[in-house]
Design a protein around this ligand. Structure first.
Ligand code: FRU
Length: 484
């Protein structure tokens, strides 16, 4: 079955399932020229239900081919989130001839008695680059006597000590385990008490080392998603920690909470394993939704999509190390420049409007403020549907409002605005990528990102720039549309 591109809200640039439900990305791995994207999938309905691992592959991270379901539930439970690695050294003994992929995932079993649900970790392996899977006959490989929330194993090879490390979400902490063979696991340490954001269950950890831009330094980054808490407006969201890891313990180097994204729709993001060394990038993608309303978003026959894949790095600003995220360069070939504008002043008498009329658009803007207290961008999806990006220069805030962006009334929460507190708004660079059902906004070349679903009748008719009072200079504006 081919995806019907005319289906309402069907994205062009983002992965979405042909049919039925999708949530977290799972088992992201690169092997023999292919990027693999497995994902939480309910093949029977377009709401969350018994989880399977769906599967898609891509050669360029943008265009995905959906394959058959990879892993089905069994007597140990349904198939929750997890990761995949290439067992290059045959540590498992599963690959006497050629290396292959091992998936490490949670199995979730509901029980009818008062013992409650059970979560354990299992593994499966593939000799034919993910097309078929053999479940290990000694599953589960990791259990816990008491912990109920015990899930989402993310595994990597820790070269220095020739061992695998697993990060696992354990209630409101992350536990680290190690193994020589992916089968026998040893507890190493537990992280998270008295640090970070705790207003929800911790899920989907990912730990990796990253270079700090313009320095010889490297630091470890730990991503932790935090589940929905009905008392708060944000719903589910993701935080991260920067610190060190010595093979046993993760030590954070800051106390404040760091958010991965300032929009509502970036959750359960994890990175690709086994990107070749000569490439060297750390690429992640996330589920582009929010548990608060994920089951209600107004798509028909299918539900759920991923963010664009983004390259991660770290940047030191005023002694503080923060993540920087940029959409992978592979996206560039999907666009051609339609209009480029340099050096014009925008004020209330002369706003700027650029006609687009396309299914997706990529806009790059660089502003220098003169004396505007409020300026910004309006994405006009149709005559009556629009999304606003407002920069308040007195308070240094950037706010995205989607209350008029199209269908919003499937959830009370969806119309609430999303904002970022910036250090400075006198100069600002914005990149926004608009697809049929989303806007991904990057500020100052990825120092902040704000990811937001929208449900307009059309992606983009035109873009306008405004200043409510005073003047702002558009130093450069580049409007790019589909190249084919
Ligand atoms: C995160 C999550 C994971 C779990 C999966 C179930 O969105 O709740 O913790 O493994 O979804 O689908």
């Amino acid at each position: 079955m081919k995806i019907d591109q005319n289906q309402k809200y069907r994205p062009s640039l983002h992965f979405s399932p042909k049919e039925k439900w999708l949530n977290d990305p799972n088992g992201l791995v690169f092997f023999k020229g292919e990027y693999h994207l497995f994902y939480q999938h309910n093949p029977n309905d377009s709401v969350w239900g018994p989880m399977h691992w769906g599967h898609a592959v891509s050669k360029d991270l943008i265009e995905w081919e959906q394959l058959d379901i990879a892993i089905y539930p069994d007597e140990l439970g349904t198939i929750f989130s997890g990761s995949a690695v290439i067992d290059w050294n045959n540590t498992t003994g599963f690959f006497p001839n050629d290396p292959g992929i091992v998936a490490i995932y949670t199995q979730h079993l509901d029980s009818s008695d008062e013992t409650g649900p059970k979560q354990v970790q299992s593994i499966a392996y593939s000799h034919d680059h993910g097309r078929s899977w053999i479940k290990y006959n000694g599953n589960p490989v990791l259990t816990h006597p008491t912990k109920v929330d015990f899930r989402d194993p993310k595994v990597f090879w820790y070269e220095q000590e020739n061992k695998w490390i697993m990060s696992l979400a354990t209630g409101q902490t992350i536990s680290f385990y190690s193994s020589r063979n992916l089968i026998v696991w040893k507890f190493e340490s537990e992280f998270g008490e008295n640090i970070g954001f705790h207003e929800g269950v911790w899920e989907c950890p990912d730990l990796f080392e990253l270079p700090v831009e313009n320095s010889g330094e490297k630091k470890w980054m730990l991503i932790v998603s935090v589940g929905d808490n009905s008392k708060l407006d944000e719903g589910s969201r993701s935080q991260y920690f920067i610190g060190s890891f010595d093979g046993n313990t993760f030590k954070p180097e800051h106390e404040e909470i760091k958010w991965l994204d300032y929009g509502k729709d970036n959750y359960a993001g994890v990175s690709f394993s086994d990107i070749p060394e000569e490439d060297g990038r750390r690429i992640y993608l996330a589920w582009m939704s929010n548990w608060r309303y994920a089951n209600q978003v107004p798509t028909e026959g299918w539900r759920g999509q991923m963010t664009l894949p983004r390259e991660l790095s770290l940047k030191k600003v005023d002694g503080d190390i923060n993540v920087v995220q940029r959409v992978v360069k592979e996206l560039d070939s999907y666009f051609q420049v339609k209009e480029e504008i340099t050096d014009i002043m925008i004020n209330d008498a002369s706003p700027l409007s650029v006609n687009i009329s396309e299914r997706f658009v990529d806009v790059d803007l660089s502003f220098k403020n003169s004396n505007s207290s409020l300026y910004g961008v309006t994405v006009h999806h149709t005559k009556s549907h629009y999304t606003g990006i407002h920069i308040d220069t007195n308070n240094n805030t950037l706010t995205v409002t989607r209350e008029n962006s199209g269908e919003v009334d499937f959830s009370d929460n969806f119309s609430l605005s999303q904002s970022i507190v910036l250090m400075d708004t006198s100069e600002l660079k914005l990149r926004l990528i608009v697809d049929s059902a989303s806007i991904e906004l990057f500020v100052n070349e990825g120092e902040y990102s704000l990811t937001s679903l929208i449900f307009p009748n059309f992606a983009c008719e035109r873009i306008s720039l405004f200043s409510a009072d005073g003047e702002v200079q558009l130093k450069n504006g580049k409007f790019s549309v589909p190249s084919k």
